[in-house]
Design a protein around this ligand. Structure first.
Ligand SMILES: Cc1cc2nc3c(=O)[nH]c(=O)nc-3n(C[C@H](O)[C@H](O)[C@H](O)COP(=O)(O)OP(=O)(O)OC[C@H]3O[C@@H](n4cnc5c(N)ncnc54)[C@H](O)[C@@H]3O)c2cc1C
Length: 416
């Protein structure tokens, strides 16, 4: 069994693998190219707002067991908060309608039979038709399995699936949609409570993990970009960092937990997703009025989800490639008008201090063709393993998928 493990990349997948292995007493070395950990899930001080914000608002659900397990292990389970029951307030910007989806706690979906708890304008049988998504043909797109029209689709299925898949749902993998439904709605409301890192992603996921690793003797280096790996006799034998080469003895393994394009350059003949989708976040420095829910779904606008933090209102737009070339001021103005309507603020009021954060390659595109390219955690080299939200986790690119991939790679190292 390996006694030492080198983990390349300190995003959540690399941190999850590191935490699992350090907790088991292995000597863990983490090598991160950036100056900080967290990868696509990080907090930083934004000068325009003069506050610490996240690179993107992240929503988790209470059924994200691997993510919650990770937080428990690093002692940060209290850093996510959310309502006691699965409640999702929505606002339709076209009609002005507002409603709240109130999912029953247990597995029996009583809520779909109650017009006050389901989407206005829908019938119980519309929801039952979604069962087709539970057993989809492996390569099908959602639009080939269920009808992507009507109020249930527009007001619930599309917003939830777009948030989880970050790709236009009708074109997205039905197999990934099935995995989402099985882990959430099929489990009942107890698995669907929305959870938010109220003090930021860094305070919830990253800082406690780094503290845990340091307590367990891990060696964590930043600004350390892996440039190449040498292979010999079926093993990875040298990690080349440019300024230093690290030999991998017979007791050493490596986990490559970097984005797919980087992994493909380090690991020969690796199949990886090559198409990506953007996410745009807009942050406004304003104290949310009393009564604004921590998270509100928005339809028929650019805004898709409005997050209310103590000191700011933040908007998430998924599958947002169409917004990448829109001028930042224009985007801030138009999104602010929507935010004001949803939050009940004066629409003509001055634009508060704002920031637009565009993550061009936020996730791989959840298309059937891209899902097929995802590799397993093992490689053809006996001591080299892969982790990342883009590996074959069976889930879309999410925190849950990323942490599961890290745990999986750690299991393989522990048994290698
Ligand atoms: C804006 C945005 C919003 C999101 N919203 C949600 C959400 O609401 N809910 C949810 O569950 N998920 C969400 N996600 C997805 C989630 O953030 C990712 O799935 C997760 O953070 C991916 O972690 P990872 O470890 O797989 O990859 P990454 O975070 O990409 O980590 C890879 C790490 O490798 C490092 N690296 C790269 N090259 C090298 C090298 N050569 N040597 C050493 N290190 C290297 C990188 O710097 C990085 O730290 C969102 C993502 C974004 C961008």
């Amino acid at each position: 069994m390996a006694q030492q493990v080198h983990i390349i990349g300190a995003g959540l997948s690399g941190l999850a693998a590191a935490v699992r292995l350090a907790g088991r007493g292995l000597k863990v070395h983490v090598h991160e190219a950036a100056g900080q950990a967290g990868g696509r899930c990080r907090s930083y001080h934004d000068p325009a707002l003069d506050m610490v914000i996240d690179n993107g608002n992240h929503l988790l659900l209470s059924g994200n067991h691997a993510a919650l397990d990770f937080l428990r292990v690093v002692g940060a389970e209290n850093m996510l908060s959310g309502p006691d029951h699965a409640r999702f307030p929505f606002c339709d910007l076209a009609s002005g309608a507002r409603w709240t989806i109130a999912i029953s706690d247990g597995r029996l979906p009583w809520w779909i039979f109650d017009p006050a708890r389901r989407v206005p304008g829908t019938r119980a049988r519309d929801y039952l038709a979604l069962a087709r998504l539970l057993w989809p043909p492996a390569e099908a797109a959602i639009g080939e399995v269920v009808d992507c029209r009507g109020p249930l689709y527009e007001r619930l299925v599309r917003p939830l699936m777009l948030a989880a898949l970050n790709t236009e749902p009708r074109d997205s993998s039905a197999a990934l949609a099935s995995a989402i439904l099985r882990g959430t709605l099929l489990e009942g409301g107890a698995a669907c409570r929305p959870l938010i890192a109220h003090a930021g992603l860094g305070a919830a996921f990253v800082d406690p993990a780094l503290a845990f690793l340091r307590r367990h003797g891990a060696d964590i280096r930043f600004g350390r970009r892996l440039r190449a790996i040498d292979y010999e006799a079926g093993r990875a034998v040298v990690l080349r960092f440019g300024d230093e080469d690290v030999g991998l003895g017979t007791d050493a393994a490596a986990i490559v937990a970097v984005p797919p394009v980087v992994a493909a350059a380090l690991v020969p003949d690796l199949s990886v997703p090559t198409e990506f989708r953007a996410i745009v976040n807009a942050h406004f420095k304003v104290t949310p009025p009393a009564g604004v829910a921590p998270i509100t779904g928005v339809v028929n606008g650019t805004t898709e989800w409005l997050f209310a933090f103590d000191d700011r209102l933040s908007v998430t737009v998924s599958g947002a490639d169409r917004l990448l070339d829109v001028a930042r001021e224009e985007l801030a103005q138009s999104i602010w008008r929507e935010v004001a309507r949803v939050a009940g603020l004066p629409e003509g009021g001055a634009l508060p201090p704002w920031q637009i954060v565009r993550e061009r390659r936020a996730t791989f595109a959840a298309l059937p063709s891209e899902n097929r390219k995802r590799p397993p955690a093992s490689s053809r080299w006996a001591n080299l393993f892969l982790a990342g939200d883009w590996t074959a986790t069976g889930l879309p690119a999410t925190i849950e998928g990323s942490i599961r991939s890290g745990f999986r790679a750690a299991e393989l190292v522990a048994t290698a």
